[in-house]
Each structure stands twice: as structure tokens, then as C-alpha cells.
Design a protein around this ligand. Structure first.
Ligand code: ZN
Length: 630
């Protein structure tokens, strides 16, 4: 928890010695407390050159026995590619406790080695440049310091289990501090019980708006929720967003059956919606960092969807957690075969919780699922591997930047892949096992691995499905075919149970195999590798080829392309003329039918659903605002 300078940690009612005694007892009970000013690891952070995106940071390590290797992380939990955070560190020097300079050696790009003096204290001072406000990096300017710890702080091996203290010196007197770190006994000072917790604790310093409320679960456990909102809008926007979160949170609690035990009793939504931010959302144990360039008002509060997704993570991935990510190794990419569960199932429940809370329509939920299904079911990526393989490829997909080009057709995002898998599994469980749903599976995962703080292996996910359904053959079959393998179930009969129709959205529309073309001056260029097996792919067309004509229609603009496409018919042969790397080619081309899928309520197709189908739908998605009356 904590938003410093606003509320004392135990509330206004407790003051003075009584509060301190109570806080000390609570801390001892957890075996942890503020390490005080002599903490073995300490950071001091100021922003004298905030307008040029610089922070001045002093890191102090005490009781150093020999040469100390201090390093910047190369990875960050929740973002699976390698990041070279060391590139933003410069003007680094080291001194002992009395300020006498210490020798610094640099053997590799990510670390510095400092030889301590006799007093065993190493104090490293450096400048950090930071101008990317999202869930992984950091951004410093006159309006805020948006800090994700792996992008900001040097650390030293061997101090993993030592407590840490950090003191901030706000650039602006109006800045407050939002973080899940507990406050220490001095202004703008916080502490962490160890390195892993510190790195998991993003911190926003700005003149944010704060809202706070309590939530109590069925077992009578209460947690404090906070919204720290840095947004150009009015106070009323903060009220409205907090009201939406208040309506949303109980859905998640109902799904998992109880609140997690938030460390320090508090969960904080840190929401940063300033023009200079990049769109993102990142999960943490007791908080989330949400960001985006548009204000709440501008997006009409659509940011609720990302908040819902990240809050599912308070259970799924921050508590029931793949063993491969535990503890997180900050020196390399951390691969796990289970991101289809960690991210994909979260991508299913995020919109489902919004729907069940009544803040999104059934149709919006169905559009979300149909989009994911179109991408996964009709794309080429699945022929290159199933959900486990796609999870293991995350280091090359998730915010990975490369100079050479990638063949996007060989991958499927584990977000959408896991999402449609969750959809299928939920509907399959409802079909085969009376009274059971995917929610029961999630609750069991929470109980056995989350509440029990036991990281899971891929086989545990299969075992748990067998235990919940009492049907080992079902669990084995599902995992073998659709988790280890890449088969997808037949969605139409699964959706029909809820009176829903899966169908092609535009079956008479021609489709050639690309979603994107771009105008390049008076020319039209294909902007992606056509999907393998698609008409353009079979005609030999590749990325960057210039299209000259489709059949009789010359192409010189996006409008020409759209126009020609509307005149072509699926199955009716024509030709394509194009220039590829200096070669002009004319090839036969047979347009296919647009593979885009839609899921619609049966009542909109003239085939009214039965009462049983409507009841199924309502048990699954909650009461429908457009419920037909019979
Ligand atoms: Zn996520």
C-alpha cells in the first residue's frame, strides 16, 4: 500500500503512541518492519532536471565485503522481451561513506563493479534518462515521475533478501506519491521487505486525484482500494471512474470467492492518462500501473477494460503463478509455457467481469470474443505451434524490438489464443458437467496455488482440471489436443447452448489475404506478408510489393483498392499485376470469402432462442439489458 502524505497507514482514528505501537505489532507479526535510515540498501531520488527527463539517483549498499557488481535489469515482470535499461544510465560514479571516490570498472554493458573502501559502504550516484510512460519503462517530466522500478534502479546481487529504503524528492511541491510500498517514518520515504517486492512496486509521483473505498468479501475480510488518477480531466471524472471500479471489483471477488490478502491491506489502481503516456497496463501484487495518451473523458471511460484485466491478475499470475517466473530473474528473458493461462485466461475474464458488472453490453462482449476468434481460428499461426509453444515465444513478441523483419504469420498472440481457449473450455465444462463452470476451475487454481502460495507447473493446470471436473480423460484430452497441440474445438455448437450464432460476418465480400495496404505517393504497397494460403500469397505477392492492377482495375490509391475489392467476387478468377523488387509480375488470382467471424444473439437472426438457451446465457454473462420477452 501507500499513498504517502495523504493518510496515515492505519487511518485517522489512530494517532500517536497507540498507532505506533499497533503498527509495530502488526509489522512484527509479519516478520518485517521499516529498516530505518541504516537500511542495507538505500535509494535517494531527485528530479532537478525533470523537464529534460532526468533523475539523479544515489544508491547505497552497506556491509559490502568485496567487489560489488551493480547492474541494471535486462527484463521486467509481465513484459517478456529483453530490455536494455542500462542504456538510460550515465554520469555514474562511486564513493565510500565519507565521500572518498571509489574505483569503478565496467566489464559488460549492463553492470559496473565497485571496489569498496574500508568502511564497507558503496554509494553509487547516477543520472537516469526516462521518457516512456507505460507499464515497463519510466517517464520524468514537469508533470510527473512515472517509475517502473526495473527501468530505474541499479541493484546488486547478494542483497536479494535485504530490506530496501527509498526516498523521493518531488520536483513539484504538489506532487504526492502513489505506490504499493509501505511508507517509512520520514517524508516521501518508503521501504520494501526485499528486492523482489521492491521491483514489483511501480511508483507515480504527480499531483494526482485520489479516491479510496473499502471492499469486504463473503468471509468478512476487508481491503482498502485506492485510485490514484493522473488525468487532465475534472474531479468528477475521478468520481465517475472510482464508481465504475467500485461496481467492477466485487465481480472479481465473486469469481475467485474471496479477496486476496493484499500486503499492507491495500490495492491501488495507479492510472496515468496524460498525452505523453503510452497505452499499457501492468499487473503487480497490490497495484496496477495503467497508462494511456487519452483522458478518461476522451475515451468515454473505456479504460475500465484494462483495469478489469489487470485486476484479474491480482489472482491469476501475481498469486497463482507459473513456477518458471518465481523468483523473477532480472538478468535475462524469463520464459514460461503457461502465458496462455496467465494472460489468455485473464483476457477472457477481463471483459467478462465488465459484462457481469453491467458496465458493458452482451453484444460488446461477443464482439470482443469474435475478434479474438477470427484472429486465432482463421490465421495461419496455429500451424506453427499450440498455446504452450506460443507462450514460450513471448520474449520475441511482447515489446520485442528488432531491426530485421519478423514473419508474423508464424505466431499467434497468447492473449487472444488463451482467450478463445478459455471461452471454449468454459462452454465445454458447462455442457458436460452440470453445475460446473470455468469459474470453478479458476477458484480451485486460486485455492491450491494462489492462497497456498505454491507456484504451478504446466502439469498442475491439467491435474487441477481433472480434479475439478472429476474426469481425467476430459482434462487429458483437452490439454493434449488444445494446450500442447493446436486444435480448436468447434465453437458453433458450444455457443448455440447460449442461443448465440457464430457465422461469417461478410461471406459475400472478397478477401485477398491482407488486412493492410498503404499508399506510398501515387502507389499502393502491401504492408504485411499475405496470410499463407491466401489468394495474394498463392499469387506470389509479398510485403512491400506494389500493386498495379486487380483484374481490369488499375490501382493507384487505397480508394482504388477498396473499390476493386468491392467489385471482386469470392471464387471468381481474376488476375493481379504487381512489382516485386524490380520485377513486374502478372499472376492469376482467385478471391476467397472474407473470413471475419461474428457472434450474434439468435434473436437478431429471426431464430428466437429457447428459454433454456436464454437461461444458460444469463447464468454465463449475467442479465442482458436487451433480453427479449417471451
Ligand atoms: Zn495481462
Amino acid at each position: 500500500m501507500s499513498i504517502d502524505r495523504i493518510r496515515p497507514p492505519l487511518g485517522r482514528a489512530l494517532i500517536g503512541a497507540a498507532a505506533l505501537a499497533l503498527a509495530a505489532t502488526a509489522a512484527r507479526a509479519q516478520g518485517e518492519r521499516d529498516p530505518g535510515p541504516d537500511a542495507p540498501v538505500q535509494y535517494d531520488v531527485s528530479f532537478p532536471n525533470a523537464v529534460h527527463h532526468e533523475a539523479q539517483i544515489t544508491a547505497t549498499w552497506r556491509h559490502v565485503g568485496g567487489p560489488l557488481k551493480v547492474q541494471m535489469s535486462r527484463s521486467s515482470p509481465g513484459r517478456y522481451a529483453v530490455h536494455e535499461f542500462a542504456k538510460n544510465v550515465y554520469s555514474l560514479s562511486a564513493a565510500d561513506a565519507r565521500g572518498q571516490p571509489l574505483k569503478v570498472e565496467r566489464a559488460e554493458p549492463y553492470s559496473w563493479t565497485v571496489v569498496p573502501g574500508r568502511d564497507g559502504t558503496v554509494r553509487v550516484t547516477y543520472t537516469l534518462f526516462a521518457d516512456w510512460g507505460d507499464g515497463t519503462y519510466a517517464q520524468i517530466d514537469a508533470t510527473h515521475a512515472h517509475l517502473n522500478m526495473p527501468a530505474v534502479f541499479l541493484w546488486a546481487a547478494g542483497y536479494d533478501h535485504q530490506p530496501i529504503r527509498v526516498r523521493f524528492h518531488p520536483f513539484d511541491r504538489k506532487w504526492k506519491v502513489a505506490t504499493q510500498l509501505p511508507p517509512a517514518g520520514e517524508p516521501d520515504t518508503f521501504w520494501a521487505r526485499d528486492f523482489q517486492y521492491f521491483m514489483d512496486s511501480p511508483t507515480e509521483l504527480s499531483d494526482f486525484k485520489l479516491r479510496e473505498w473499502q471492499v469486504t468479501d463473503a468471509a468478512g475480510h476487508t481491503a482498502t482500494f485506492r485510485l490514484a488518477l493522473h488525468d487532465p480531466g475534472a474531479e468528477a471524472d475521478a468520481d465517475a471512474f472510482a464508481a465504475k471500479l467500485k461496481t467492477l471489483v466485487p465481480q472479481h471477488v465473486a469469481l475467485f470467492g474471496e479477496l486476496p490478502k493484499f500486503d499492507y491491506g491495500t490495492y491501488t489502481f495507479i492510472a496515468d492518462y496524460m498525452a505523453q503516456d503510452a497505452g499499457d497496463g501492468m499487473e503487480h501484487r497490490n497495484s496496477t500501473m495503467l497508462s494511456g495518451a487519452q483522458s478518461l473523458e476522451r475515451r468515454n471511460f473505456a479504460q475500465l477494460g484494462a483495469a478489469s484485466h489487470e485486476f484479474v491478475h491480482a489472482w491469476n499470475v501475481k498469486r497463482f503463478r507459473p513456477a518458471e517466473l518465481e523468483p523473477f530473474d532480472f538478468t535475462r528473458a524469463d520464459p514460461t509455457p503457461s502465458l496462455w493461462m496467465a494472460e489468455g485466461f485473464t483476457n477472457y475474464y477481463g471483459p467478462l467481469m465488465v459484462r457481469r458488472s453491467g458496465q458493458g453490453s452482451v453484444d460488446e462482449f461477443l464482439d470482443d470474443m469474435a475478434g479474438a476468434l477470427t484472429y486465432v481460428q482463421t490465421g495461419a499461426g496455429r500451424s506453427y505451434g499450440g498455446p504452450q509453444e506460443m507462450s514460450l515465444r513471448a520474449p520475441f513478441l511482447d515489446a520485442a524490438v528488432s531491426i530485421d523483419r519478423t514473419n508474423a504469420n508464424t505466431t499467434v498472440s497468447y492473449y487472444a489464443y488463451g482467450q478463445v481457449l478459455a471461452l471454449a473450455l468454459d462452454l465445454e465444462i458447462r455442457r458436460q458437467f452440470k453445475g460446473l463452470t470455468l469459474d470453478d476451475y479458476m477458484r480451485r487454481l486460486w485455492r491450491d496455488f494462489g492462497a497456498a502460495a505454491r507456484p504451478y507447473r504446466p502439469a498442475d493446470l491439467r491435474e487441477t482440471l481433472a480434479a475439478v471436473t472429476g474426469d481425467r480423460a476430459f482434462a487429458d484430452g483437452f490439454f493434449k489436443a488444445s494446450v500442447e497441440g493446436s486444435a480448436l474445438p468447434d465453437y458453433a455448437p458450444l455457443l448455440a447452448q447460449a442461443g448465440l450464432v457464430l457465422r461469417a460476418k461478410s461471406p459475400t465480400k472478397a478477401w485477398l489475404g491482407v488486412r493492410r495496404v498503404k499508399a506510398d505517393g501515387p502507389e499502393l504497397v502491401v504492408d504485411q506478408i499475405p496470410q499463407p494460403g491466401s489468394p495474394l500469397y498463392l499469387a506470389g505477392v509479398d510485403r512491400d510489393d506494389r500493386i498495379l492492377a486487380l483484374g481490369r482495375f488499375p490501382i493507384a490509391s487505397e480508394a482504388d483498392w477498396t473499390d476493386a475489392l468491392s467489385r471482386l467476387k469470392p471464387g471468381e478468377p481474376t488476375t493481379v499485376r504487381y512489382v516485386q523488387r524490380g520485377r513486374t509480375v502478372e499472376a492469376p488470382l482467385t478471391p476467397a470469402a472474407d473470413p471475419t467471424l461474428e457472434i450474434v444473439r439468435a434473436e437478431t437472426t429471426g431464430e428466437p432462442p429457447t428459454a433454456g438457451q436464454l437461461a444458460f446465457r444469463e447464468r454465463w454473462l449475467g442479465p442482458d439489458e436487451k433480453k427479449p420477452t417471451h
